[in-house]
Design a binder for this molecule. Structure first.
Ligand code: NAP
Length: 280
Protein backbone atom coordinates (compact mmCIF):
# COMPACT_ATOMS: atom_id res chain seq x y z
CA UNK A 1 0.00 0.00 0.00
CA UNK A 2 1.25 3.49 -0.79
CA UNK A 3 -0.04 6.20 1.53
CA UNK A 4 -1.49 9.54 0.45
CA UNK A 5 0.87 12.35 1.40
CA UNK A 6 -1.06 15.23 2.93
CA UNK A 7 0.99 17.99 1.36
CA UNK A 8 0.45 21.12 3.46
CA UNK A 9 3.10 23.06 1.60
CA UNK A 10 1.28 22.56 -1.70
CA UNK A 11 -2.18 23.29 -0.28
CA UNK A 12 -0.94 26.43 1.51
CA UNK A 13 0.65 27.67 -1.67
CA UNK A 14 -2.55 27.04 -3.70
CA UNK A 15 -4.57 28.77 -0.99
CA UNK A 16 -2.20 31.74 -0.97
CA UNK A 17 -2.96 32.37 -4.64
CA UNK A 18 -6.70 32.30 -3.92
CA UNK A 19 -6.34 34.63 -0.92
CA UNK A 20 -4.23 37.02 -3.01
CA UNK A 21 -7.00 37.26 -5.62
CA UNK A 22 -9.66 37.84 -2.93
CA UNK A 23 -7.54 40.49 -1.20
CA UNK A 24 -7.09 42.32 -4.47
CA UNK A 25 -10.85 42.21 -5.07
CA UNK A 26 -11.53 43.55 -1.55
CA UNK A 27 -9.04 46.37 -2.06
CA UNK A 28 -10.82 47.30 -5.30
CA UNK A 29 -14.00 47.64 -3.21
CA UNK A 30 -12.31 49.91 -0.67
CA UNK A 31 -11.55 47.30 2.02
CA UNK A 32 -7.89 46.85 2.90
CA UNK A 33 -7.64 43.52 4.83
CA UNK A 34 -5.36 44.10 7.82
CA UNK A 35 -3.86 41.87 10.50
CA UNK A 36 -2.52 43.45 13.71
CA UNK A 37 0.25 41.45 15.35
CA UNK A 38 1.17 42.02 18.99
CA UNK A 39 4.57 40.87 20.17
CA UNK A 40 5.41 41.32 23.86
CA UNK A 41 9.06 40.98 24.87
CA UNK A 42 12.10 39.67 23.00
CA UNK A 43 11.64 35.92 22.68
CA UNK A 44 13.59 35.08 19.48
CA UNK A 45 11.24 32.25 18.43
CA UNK A 46 8.19 34.51 18.86
CA UNK A 47 9.94 37.27 16.89
CA UNK A 48 10.53 34.79 14.05
CA UNK A 49 6.89 33.55 14.08
CA UNK A 50 5.53 37.12 13.98
CA UNK A 51 7.92 38.03 11.15
CA UNK A 52 6.79 34.97 9.17
CA UNK A 53 3.13 35.93 9.67
CA UNK A 54 3.77 39.51 8.56
CA UNK A 55 5.76 38.32 5.53
CA UNK A 56 2.88 36.08 4.46
CA UNK A 57 0.50 39.07 4.74
CA UNK A 58 2.80 40.99 2.42
CA UNK A 59 2.95 38.08 -0.04
CA UNK A 60 -0.83 38.13 -0.50
CA UNK A 61 -1.06 41.94 -0.61
CA UNK A 62 -2.54 42.23 2.88
CA UNK A 63 -1.62 44.95 5.37
CA UNK A 64 -0.13 44.15 8.75
CA UNK A 65 0.31 46.43 11.71
CA UNK A 66 3.13 45.44 14.06
CA UNK A 67 2.68 46.33 17.71
CA UNK A 68 5.81 45.61 19.76
CA UNK A 69 5.68 45.97 23.53
CA UNK A 70 8.46 45.74 26.09
CA UNK A 71 9.21 42.69 28.24
CA UNK A 72 7.92 44.57 31.33
CA UNK A 73 4.43 45.26 29.89
CA UNK A 74 1.62 44.75 32.40
CA UNK A 75 -1.71 43.03 31.84
CA UNK A 76 -3.50 46.40 32.06
CA UNK A 77 -1.21 47.95 29.43
CA UNK A 78 -1.71 45.02 27.07
CA UNK A 79 -5.48 45.21 27.58
CA UNK A 80 -5.42 48.88 26.55
CA UNK A 81 -3.54 47.96 23.34
CA UNK A 82 -6.00 45.17 22.55
CA UNK A 83 -8.94 47.46 23.18
CA UNK A 84 -7.52 50.10 20.80
CA UNK A 85 -7.15 47.45 18.09
CA UNK A 86 -10.67 46.16 18.79
CA UNK A 87 -12.00 49.66 18.18
CA UNK A 88 -9.89 50.35 15.11
CA UNK A 89 -12.21 49.82 12.09
CA UNK A 90 -9.18 49.33 9.82
CA UNK A 91 -8.06 46.21 11.71
CA UNK A 92 -9.78 42.93 10.75
CA UNK A 93 -7.73 40.42 12.72
CA UNK A 94 -5.68 40.50 15.92
CA UNK A 95 -2.86 38.09 16.69
CA UNK A 96 -1.41 38.12 20.20
CA UNK A 97 1.76 36.03 19.93
CA UNK A 98 1.95 33.28 22.57
CA UNK A 99 3.67 33.05 25.02
CA UNK A 100 3.60 36.46 26.69
CA UNK A 101 5.93 37.25 29.66
CA UNK A 102 4.88 35.53 32.87
CA UNK A 103 3.65 38.67 34.72
CA UNK A 104 0.84 38.99 32.15
CA UNK A 105 -2.51 37.25 32.54
CA UNK A 106 -2.47 35.72 29.07
CA UNK A 107 -5.95 34.18 29.27
CA UNK A 108 -7.50 37.54 30.24
CA UNK A 109 -5.72 39.24 27.34
CA UNK A 110 -6.72 36.57 24.82
CA UNK A 111 -10.31 36.86 25.96
CA UNK A 112 -10.25 40.64 25.52
CA UNK A 113 -9.91 40.19 21.75
CA UNK A 114 -13.15 41.01 19.96
CA UNK A 115 -14.72 37.74 18.75
CA UNK A 116 -15.06 39.24 15.23
CA UNK A 117 -11.29 39.85 15.15
CA UNK A 118 -10.25 36.59 16.86
CA UNK A 119 -8.75 35.18 13.66
CA UNK A 120 -6.26 33.06 15.65
CA UNK A 121 -9.10 31.31 17.51
CA UNK A 122 -7.76 31.97 21.01
CA UNK A 123 -10.77 33.29 22.91
CA UNK A 124 -12.87 31.08 25.20
CA UNK A 125 -15.97 32.36 23.39
CA UNK A 126 -14.52 31.37 20.01
CA UNK A 127 -13.59 27.93 21.35
CA UNK A 128 -17.06 27.49 22.83
CA UNK A 129 -18.81 28.59 19.65
CA UNK A 130 -16.63 26.35 17.49
CA UNK A 131 -17.28 23.40 19.81
CA UNK A 132 -21.03 24.01 19.61
CA UNK A 133 -20.88 24.17 15.82
CA UNK A 134 -21.57 27.93 15.81
CA UNK A 135 -19.58 29.94 13.28
CA UNK A 136 -16.18 30.96 14.73
CA UNK A 137 -12.57 31.07 13.59
CA UNK A 138 -10.99 27.91 14.94
CA UNK A 139 -7.49 27.85 16.36
CA UNK A 140 -5.22 27.97 13.31
CA UNK A 141 -3.17 24.75 13.63
CA UNK A 142 -6.14 22.38 14.16
CA UNK A 143 -8.25 24.36 11.66
CA UNK A 144 -5.40 23.96 9.15
CA UNK A 145 -5.37 20.20 9.83
CA UNK A 146 -9.11 20.00 9.15
CA UNK A 147 -8.59 21.90 5.88
CA UNK A 148 -5.96 19.29 4.88
CA UNK A 149 -8.33 16.43 5.80
CA UNK A 150 -11.12 17.99 3.72
CA UNK A 151 -8.88 18.85 0.78
CA UNK A 152 -7.72 15.24 0.52
CA UNK A 153 -11.32 14.04 0.99
CA UNK A 154 -10.53 11.80 3.94
CA UNK A 155 -13.64 10.37 5.62
CA UNK A 156 -13.45 10.95 9.37
CA UNK A 157 -16.99 10.03 10.39
CA UNK A 158 -17.09 7.01 12.69
CA UNK A 159 -13.31 6.74 12.96
CA UNK A 160 -11.65 6.09 16.27
CA UNK A 161 -9.55 9.28 16.52
CA UNK A 162 -6.85 9.73 19.14
CA UNK A 163 -5.42 13.19 19.85
CA UNK A 164 -2.24 13.13 21.88
CA UNK A 165 -2.00 16.51 23.66
CA UNK A 166 -4.65 18.80 25.18
CA UNK A 167 -3.23 22.33 24.88
CA UNK A 168 -5.74 25.18 24.45
CA UNK A 169 -4.38 26.05 20.98
CA UNK A 170 -3.97 22.56 19.61
CA UNK A 171 -5.08 19.34 21.29
CA UNK A 172 -8.38 20.56 22.77
CA UNK A 173 -9.74 22.40 19.71
CA UNK A 174 -8.47 19.55 17.50
CA UNK A 175 -10.52 17.05 19.50
CA UNK A 176 -13.64 19.23 19.22
CA UNK A 177 -13.21 19.70 15.47
CA UNK A 178 -12.86 15.93 14.95
CA UNK A 179 -15.90 15.34 17.16
CA UNK A 180 -17.86 17.82 15.02
CA UNK A 181 -16.90 15.68 12.02
CA UNK A 182 -18.45 12.69 13.83
CA UNK A 183 -15.23 10.92 14.80
CA UNK A 184 -15.15 9.07 18.12
CA UNK A 185 -12.46 11.00 19.94
CA UNK A 186 -10.05 10.06 22.72
CA UNK A 187 -7.72 12.73 24.14
CA UNK A 188 -4.43 11.60 25.69
CA UNK A 189 -2.19 13.73 27.92
CA UNK A 190 0.68 13.44 30.36
CA UNK A 191 -1.41 11.51 32.94
CA UNK A 192 -2.91 9.04 30.45
CA UNK A 193 -2.22 5.40 31.22
CA UNK A 194 -1.54 2.74 28.57
CA UNK A 195 -1.11 5.32 25.84
CA UNK A 196 0.51 2.77 23.55
CA UNK A 197 -2.57 0.51 23.68
CA UNK A 198 -4.89 3.46 23.03
CA UNK A 199 -2.87 4.59 20.00
CA UNK A 200 -2.67 1.04 18.64
CA UNK A 201 -6.49 1.13 18.29
CA UNK A 202 -6.60 4.48 16.53
CA UNK A 203 -7.87 4.88 12.96
CA UNK A 204 -6.69 8.50 13.05
CA UNK A 205 -3.86 9.82 15.23
CA UNK A 206 -2.90 13.43 15.87
CA UNK A 207 0.50 13.96 17.49
CA UNK A 208 0.48 17.25 19.43
CA UNK A 209 2.76 16.38 22.34
CA UNK A 210 5.85 18.53 21.84
CA UNK A 211 8.27 15.60 22.28
CA UNK A 212 10.33 14.49 19.24
CA UNK A 213 9.15 11.12 17.85
CA UNK A 214 7.13 10.41 21.02
CA UNK A 215 4.68 8.21 19.08
CA UNK A 216 6.49 5.14 17.76
CA UNK A 217 6.09 3.65 14.30
CA UNK A 218 5.10 0.27 15.77
CA UNK A 219 2.15 1.85 17.66
CA UNK A 220 0.49 2.89 14.38
CA UNK A 221 -2.29 0.62 13.12
CA UNK A 222 -2.12 -0.51 9.48
CA UNK A 223 -4.18 1.88 7.33
CA UNK A 224 -4.46 4.65 9.94
CA UNK A 225 -4.49 8.36 9.08
CA UNK A 226 -1.44 9.96 10.72
CA UNK A 227 -1.28 13.70 11.47
CA UNK A 228 1.90 15.08 12.98
CA UNK A 229 1.56 18.63 14.36
CA UNK A 230 5.01 18.64 15.95
CA UNK A 231 8.10 20.29 14.65
CA UNK A 232 11.52 20.13 16.28
CA UNK A 233 14.96 21.55 15.42
CA UNK A 234 16.12 18.08 14.33
CA UNK A 235 13.49 18.41 11.55
CA UNK A 236 11.20 15.72 12.91
CA UNK A 237 7.77 15.85 14.49
CA UNK A 238 6.04 14.19 17.45
CA UNK A 239 5.55 10.92 15.53
CA UNK A 240 8.23 8.60 14.19
CA UNK A 241 7.21 8.71 10.53
CA UNK A 242 9.56 5.91 9.41
CA UNK A 243 7.76 3.51 7.00
CA UNK A 244 4.55 5.61 7.10
CA UNK A 245 4.27 5.15 3.35
CA UNK A 246 3.58 1.42 3.86
CA UNK A 247 1.81 1.56 7.24
CA UNK A 248 -0.60 4.51 7.09
CA UNK A 249 -3.32 5.26 4.54
CA UNK A 250 -2.41 8.97 4.64
CA UNK A 251 0.09 11.06 6.58
CA UNK A 252 1.46 14.58 6.97
CA UNK A 253 5.21 14.78 6.25
CA UNK A 254 7.50 16.81 8.54
CA UNK A 255 8.37 19.38 7.38
CA UNK A 256 5.78 20.38 4.79
CA UNK A 257 2.63 18.89 6.33
CA UNK A 258 0.83 20.68 9.16
CA UNK A 259 3.34 23.55 9.60
CA UNK A 260 2.60 25.55 6.42
CA UNK A 261 -1.16 25.30 7.05
CA UNK A 262 -1.03 27.25 10.34
CA UNK A 263 0.04 30.65 9.00
CA UNK A 264 -2.01 30.14 5.86
CA UNK A 265 -5.12 29.59 8.00
CA UNK A 266 -4.43 32.77 9.99
CA UNK A 267 -4.19 34.79 6.78
CA UNK A 268 -7.31 33.09 5.37
CA UNK A 269 -9.28 33.93 8.53
CA UNK A 270 -8.13 37.59 8.36
CA UNK A 271 -9.25 37.85 4.74
CA UNK A 272 -12.61 36.24 5.67
CA UNK A 273 -13.03 38.71 8.55
CA UNK A 274 -12.44 41.65 6.20
CA UNK A 275 -14.78 40.13 3.61
CA UNK A 276 -17.63 40.08 6.15
CA UNK A 277 -17.73 43.89 5.86
CA UNK A 278 -19.22 43.47 2.39
CA UNK A 279 -22.31 41.81 3.83
CA UNK A 280 -22.63 43.81 7.09
P1 NAP B 1 2.03 22.07 24.82
O1 NAP B 1 1.23 23.27 25.17
O2 NAP B 1 3.36 21.87 25.45
O3 NAP B 1 1.14 20.79 25.10
C1 NAP B 1 1.65 19.51 25.02
C2 NAP B 1 0.59 18.52 25.39
O4 NAP B 1 1.19 17.21 25.34
C3 NAP B 1 0.03 18.71 26.79
O5 NAP B 1 -1.36 18.57 26.76
C4 NAP B 1 0.68 17.59 27.60
O6 NAP B 1 -0.15 17.02 28.61
C5 NAP B 1 0.90 16.52 26.54
N1 NAP B 1 2.04 15.67 26.93
C6 NAP B 1 3.26 16.07 27.35
N2 NAP B 1 4.00 14.99 27.66
C7 NAP B 1 3.24 13.90 27.45
C8 NAP B 1 3.42 12.51 27.60
N3 NAP B 1 4.58 12.01 28.05
N4 NAP B 1 2.42 11.69 27.27
C9 NAP B 1 1.24 12.18 26.81
N5 NAP B 1 1.00 13.49 26.65
C10 NAP B 1 1.98 14.34 26.98
O7 NAP B 1 2.30 22.00 23.25
P2 NAP B 1 1.45 22.56 22.00
O8 NAP B 1 1.60 24.02 21.92
O9 NAP B 1 0.10 21.96 21.98
O10 NAP B 1 2.32 21.92 20.82
C11 NAP B 1 2.41 20.54 20.61
C12 NAP B 1 3.31 20.28 19.41
O11 NAP B 1 2.78 20.91 18.26
C13 NAP B 1 4.73 20.80 19.55
O12 NAP B 1 5.61 19.91 18.92
C14 NAP B 1 4.70 22.12 18.81
O13 NAP B 1 5.96 22.46 18.25
C15 NAP B 1 3.73 21.81 17.72
N6 NAP B 1 3.01 23.00 17.21
C16 NAP B 1 3.06 23.20 15.90
C17 NAP B 1 2.41 24.30 15.35
C18 NAP B 1 2.48 24.53 13.89
O14 NAP B 1 2.20 25.60 13.41
N7 NAP B 1 2.83 23.50 13.15
C19 NAP B 1 1.68 25.18 16.17
C20 NAP B 1 1.61 24.91 17.51
C21 NAP B 1 2.30 23.81 18.04
P3 NAP B 1 -0.62 17.84 29.93
O15 NAP B 1 -1.74 18.73 29.47
O16 NAP B 1 -1.08 16.77 30.85
O17 NAP B 1 0.56 18.59 30.41
Amino acid sequence: MSAKILDGKKLASLSEEEIKAEVSELISKGINPTLATILVGNDPASETYVRMKRNTCKKVGMESIAVELSESTTTEELLVTINDLNENPNVHGILLQHPVPSQIDERRCFDAIDIEKDVDGVTCLGFGNMSMGINAYGSCTPAGIIRLIKHYELEVQGLNAVVVGRSPILGKPMAMMLLNLNATVTICHSRTQNIETIIKNADLIVGAVGIPKFIKTEWIKQGAIVIDAGFHPEKCGDIDLDHMDEISSAYTPVPGGVGPMTINTLILHTMQSAKKLLTN
